[in-house]
Design a protein around this ligand. Structure first.
Ligand code: 73E
Length: 817
């Protein structure tokens, strides 16, 4: 290996300053300096990036295309530097230039092309794929506006547009030469060829040009660089002079607007399907472009042969959002490459695989036939044929009750196109994202499909990348781990198990706790700067960071805080260990109950934080604009990890894994990956409470749950609930929180009261909290348990997850570099 040339990098950064801003580096502000440095880092990456592609092509490696509407990447600069082999030297250069790396990092906007766990999972997967040496391409949309920025105004969430590209993205490369045409609308004409075959010709469509932007995904210390490819849209002829001359100016402008609209903004819904035409347009837009390029580049490499495509190409569908890929691949193979239906179908099924991320009914994608067939006439025709053949198979297999099966399993039924059914039927592999979730899919949600295709189903428990979530986010702990067990954990997290021997070691315990304290100080500074609240770093840092959703039960958390406050007011003489409740959460813009919950948290914070009589025993902090980069500050500082979803509802969760890895203890239900976390760390090193998923499902079925009984019989809980409607936290408008009260107790025929069993689990939650706080005060016990949480997090590396996908679904070989 050539020695790294520090002088050259220095010169390059200085030159970039002149080239980009015609000023000296020393005269640049932080944002400008970020651009000067980032451009130089991109230059460090570029040769490896080119070489990776070249090697992969020479070795004829199979490539996985991770198709996803969302990639929640966070910031790139710090992570790219860390993953480059010369990261030490690069850091030295930055320092020697008098720059402050962490200030430069803070000048980069987050790449917020995702909502939450699903998008962040895609980002962790790309990091693992590159680090493990697999050839991969993430395909998505280059949203002009990413996930909105959240401002808290008077306690309410306000959404502000995220104009993340306004200063340009130094890591992206526009690949105009790879542009593709995507067609919408029109109709299909059938033409009989001379040889008797039918040809389907798409007429009267509107074209949009898809232009890819590539950004590098740097593997850790291995010179491998994969690609995140996001698509921008342009009207095919932005200024159609033809139209203009004919006085059709309006039409030309309309088609430009249509193209612009497609990539304008990320839908801010998590675990929720809105059924908007524009969303389907987005889906088909990036899928058609991605599938066409993938097939083209395969065919180019393989001398025009398309028949063995499935050997060299895998499409992973990140939930049902990219499911039109099944029909689009069929279209390309039949219409562009002239394969027969059967040939195309075999290739398609062998190429596609589908990951299910949720069983929430409101997240199921079902498109009205009318909308679907108008927007995508040729694709609809193909889906109809897939459906017809599938129903035939069902009739053959289930002679007696075929019609009942078809009613449940058909792709097209009741006037709707059911995307999950298309995804399952069109894939050779279907997986859930945690053991419990996969079991629920097999036994309940997808029971009929599991019965028909048992061989397709498997579990792939989610993971997170330890590079971002420990090495980058918590450098002090990372260094400590390396000092104790060496640095192999960075690329093999199972190594971290070796820390377990230090759990009882007094010296190691105090070192570990000192690091936690430093991270709490860092977060305390962040909170003071952003919220103006002074928090006590000796208090429990009780962290709940995730999207705001009723099933995740932030409301249960804040009801417990309200209860504690009542206790302290009633019994000021009692001992109470200081407790800081930290929330970070965005609500979908149209989700009223979620938004009101944010207001409630802030109103409770307002009252409690300003009540001098409780002597700072409780602080409530709502951190504005929770995102990947703030997670990197919050998570290392956590003592408690709140994972309190209604059992069966959270498919996996991934903040639970990040918090565990950083030495927080879980307060949680037996839901999603919590089940596996507890199995790894031992139930004695977590605080588990509440109903099991079987109990929840049973109670949902028999509809016997009456939250009003709890209201009637539990005086302390009743008092808390009454405070929602008596103005205790909203004196100016006592009715303000009535909708939350109603959501818990309302017994109107049409509604289900307390759908997520908050009151049912509340007592158990309060007890688990009490236990946790008691244990927290036993510093030795806590240090031991915290170290054990870090030590037993090895399973939850996304490297492990990716290796399972590779072995069971994708069958990739590593690139040799
Ligand atoms: O439990 C999480 C899971 O950890 C799940 O809720 C989330 O995916 C994570 C990664 O597997 C998820 N997000 C969505 N569905 N499941 C979703 C649905 C529609 C739009 C956007 C996101």
């Amino acid at each position: 290996m050539q020695k790294f040339d520090k002088a050259m990098l220095k010169k390059e950064i200085e030159n970039n300053a002149r080239k980009l801003f015609r000023r000296e580096l020393t005269e640049l502000n932080e944002k400008e300096a970020f651009h000067a440095v980032a451009a130089a880092i991109q230059n460090q990456i570029i040769d490896d990036w080119i070489l990776t592609t070249k090697r992969a092509e020479e070795e004829d490696r199979k490539r996985v295309y991770y198709l996803s509407m969302e990639f929640l990447m966070g910031r790139a600069l710090g992570n790219n530097i860390l993953n480059l082999s010369a990261h030490e030297e690069i850091k030295e250069v930055i320092e020697e230039l008098g720059l402050n790396l962490s200030a430069l990092e803070d000048a980069e906007p987050d790449w917020a092309l995702g909502n939450g766990g699903l998008g962040r999972l895609a980002a962790c997967f790309l990091d693992s794929l590159a680090t493990l040496g697999y050839w991969a391409c993430g395909c998505g949309i280059r949203y002009k506006y990413g996930f909105f920025k959240q401002q808290i105004v008077d306690g309410y969430q306000k959404e502000v547009a995220d104009d993340w590209l306004k200063d340009g993205n130094p890591f992206e490369i526009r690949r105009a030469e790879l542009a593709k045409e995507v067609r919408f609308g029109g109709w299909v004409e059938t033409v009989q060829e001379a040889d008797g075959r039918l040809r389907f010709v798409h007429k009267g469509y509107q074209s949009v040009e898809a232009i890819p932007y590539d950004t590098p995904v740097v593997g850790y210390d291995n010179h491998i660089v994969d690609t995140l490819r996001v698509w921008d849209a342009k009207a095919k002829e932005t200024f159609s002079l033809d139209e203009f001359d004919k006085g059709n100016y309006q039409k030309a402008v309309e088609s430009a607007n249509m193209a612009r609209n497609i990539v304008e903004v990320l839908y801010p819904n998590d675990n929720h399907y809105a059924g908007k035409e524009l969303r389907l347009r987005q889906q088909y837009f990036f899928i058609s472009a991605s599938v066409q390029t993938a097939v083209d580049s395969y065919v180019k490499k393989h001398d025009g042969d398309v028949k063995h495509l499935a050997d060299k190409l895998a499409f992973q569908l990140n939930d049902t959002h990219p499911t039109v890929a099944v029909a689009e691949l069929m279209r390309v193979l039949m219409d562009d490459y002239h394969l027969t239906w059967d040939e195309a179908w075999e290739i398609t099924v062998n190429t596609c695989a589908y990951t299910n991320h949720t069983i929430m009914a409101e997240a199921l994608e079902k498109w009205p036939i009318e909308l679907f067939s108008k927007l995508l006439p040729r694709i609809y025709q193909i889906v109809e044929e897939i459906n017809r053949r599938f129903c035939e198979d069902v009739r053959k297999k289930y002679e007696g009750n075929a019609e009942a099966k078809i009613a449940k399993m058909a792709i097209i039924y009741d006037g709707q196109v059911k995307m999950a059914h298309l995804a399952i039927i069109g894939s050779h592999a279907v997986n859930g994202v945690a053991a419990l979730h996969t079991e629920i899919l097999k036994k309940q949600e997808l029971k009929d499909f599991y019965e028909m295709y048992p061989e397709k189903f498997s579990n792939k428990t989610n993971g997170i990348t330890q590079r971002r979530w420990l090495l980058h986010a918590n450098p002090e702990l990372a260094e400590w781990v390396t000092e104790k067990i060496g640095d192999r954990w960075i690329t093999d997290l199972s190594q971290i198990e070796k820390l377990a021997v230090y759990a009882e070691d007094k010296k190691a315990q105090s070192e570990f706790m000192a690091i936690k304290r430093h991270n709490k100080e860092r977060l305390a500074r962040y909170i003071f700067e952003h919220n103006g609240i002074k928090v006590n770093v000796d208090s429990v840092f009780d962290v709940m960071v995730k999207r705001l959703h009723e099933y995740k039960r932030q409301l249960m958390n804040i009801l417990h805080v309200m209860y504690l406050y009542n206790q302290i007011k009633d019994h000021p003489e009692r001992e109470f260990y200081p407790h800081t409740f930290i929330f970070g959460a965005k609500a979908a813009a149209g989700y009223k109950t979620a938004k009101l919950t944010i207001k409630l948290i802030n109103s409770v914070a307002e009252v409690i934080n300003n009540d001098a009589s409780i002597k700072d025993k409780i602080k409530v902090v709502f951190i504005e604009d929770y995102k990947v980069s703030s997670a990197e500050v919050i998570i290392p500082a956590a003592d408690f990890s709140e994972q309190i979803s209604t059992a069966s509802k959270e498919a996996s969760g991934t903040s639970n894994m990040k918090l565990m890895l950083n030495g927080a203890l879980t307060i949680g239900t037996m839901d999603g990956a919590n089940v596996e976390i507890v199995k790894e760390v031992g139930v004695e090193n977590a605080f588990i409470f509440g109903m099991s998923s079987d109990e929840v499902i049973e109670l949902e079925h028999n509809r016997s749950y009456k939250p009003m009984d709890i209201f009637n019989n539990d005086q302390e809980i009743r008092r808390v609930l009454m405070q929602l409607v008596n103005g205790f936290y909203s004196p100016e408008d006592p009715e303000l929180f009535r909708p939350l009260y109603d959501s818990l107790l309302n017994t109107k025929e049409s509604d289900v009261a307390d759908r997520y069993f908050i009151l049912k689990d509340l007592r158990a939650y309060m007890q688990a909290q009490e236990e946790a706080v008691k244990h927290f005060q036993d510093r030795e016990w806590w240090a031991r348990a915290a170290i054990l949480n870090t030590a037993h997090a090895g399973k939850f590396s996304s490297d492990r997850t990716i290796e399972e996908y590779v072995k069971d679904i994708w069958h990739l070989d590593k690139i040799e570099m």
